[in-house]
Design a protein around this ligand. Structure first.
Ligand code: C2E
Ligand code: MG
Ligand code: MG
Ligand code: MG
Length: 282
């Protein structure tokens, strides 16, 4: 009817939406060049052992500093790249930078692992395990020092090919984490089927748990479920000391979040690791 048609016309002629769609398209067309000319870089956010506090590793987070627009959030350009199947180049770039950094840290005698986000769409490429193995070999990083964080598990084809690729990756010795666990479709079924070594509880639960009893109970039961299945648990989005202590009491293994460390440039991360080693030796 008329009102409905008018609604549709409004929806599709909304200038703000059109501008947004145009902006996304132009972003995407610039992404590959931005990677080549150094506008894209990788920040590293520390991941610590809750019991003891030492930095066991870091998560690699893509950053794009646009010459005119300034920093562009990864949730903007990554979602667009995923939708258009343009995520492969960025993934390889982040993987290379991350594995190189982890290798050089380990060569200084510091035990350190790196976590890289892997869009589930990448699993459709049967060449993926070979590419990852090649990056590890080139930089001389032992496979156990690399964790692949599976994002966007909703896009996973759980009946066959994708799971076979995950098994191949596990067989290489690479660790697998289910990212943002508890949100989207990444629920019990995924926990059962995906050969993950680690589960990252989504930050929405962690941010809420200090004040909400139900969130706290969900975190608690997720930790015990994961542990009984032999998985390591990492809490993401830990923003205050009280939450960190609560997680410690619940037996959570690892933490990541602003109270532990912000995403930082590689140089800053290395300073932190060297500082920790000095304190341990003292
Ligand atoms: P994620 O993997 O769940 O990463 C965690 C996000 O939470 C990061 O946002 C991080 O900066 C933020 N964060 C960490 N601690 C806290 C905290 O205590 N409080 C709050 N409020 N936020 C915190 P970022 O860097 O904006 O990344 C957003 C998402 O983009 C990531 O979510 C990840 O799914 C995706 N992403 C980032 N880099 C890559 C990449 O290289 N490849 C792929 N496929 N995805 C990526
Ligand atoms: Mg992640
Ligand atoms: Mg996450
Ligand atoms: Mg997240």
């Amino acid at each position: 009817d008329e009102a409905w048609a008018e609604g549709l016309r409004w929806k599709y002629h909304d200038p703000a939406r059109q501008e947004e769609a145009t902006w996304r398209l132009s972003l995407l067309s610039q992404l590959d060049a931005a990677i080549d000319n150094g506008e894209v870089w990788v920040a590293f956010q520390p991941q610590v052992r809750i019991n003891g506090g030492d930095t066991l590793g870091a998560e690699a987070l893509a950053r794009w500093t646009h010459p005119d627009k300034g920093p562009i959030s990864p949730s903007e350009f990554i979602a667009a790249a995923e939708q258009q199947d343009r995520i492969a180049k960025l993934t390889l770039f982040v993987l290379n930078r991350s594995v190189a950094l982890a290798a050089s840290v380990n060569q200084r005698g510091i035990h350190f692992g790196i976590a890289v986000n892997l869009s589930a769409r990448m699993l459709a490429d049967p060449d993926l395990p070979r590419m990852i193995e090649e990056v590890l070999r080139r930089h001389g990083l032992p496979p156990q020092r690399l964790t692949l964080e599976l994002t966007e598990t909703a896009a996973l084809d759980e009946n066959g090919r994708d799971l076979a690729v995950l098994d191949t990756l596990r067989a290489l010795g690479v660790r697998l984490a289910i990212d943002d666990y508890g949100t989207g479709l990444s629920t019990l079924d995924y926990l059962k089927k995906i050969p993950a070594t680690e589960l990252k509880i989504d930050q929405s639960f962690i941010k809420a748990m200090r004040l909400s009893r139900s969130d706290r109970l969900m975190v608690q039961s997720t930790i015990s479920l994961a542990h009984s299945l032999g998985r390591t648990v990492l809490a993401e989005g830990v923003e205050d000391q009280a939450t960190l202590e609560m997680l410690s009491e619940l037996g959570c293994d690892m933490a990541q979040g602003f109270v532990v460390g912000r995403p930082m440039a590689p140089r800053e991360l290395i300073q932190r690791l060297v500082g920790e080693r000095r304190r341990r030796a003292a």
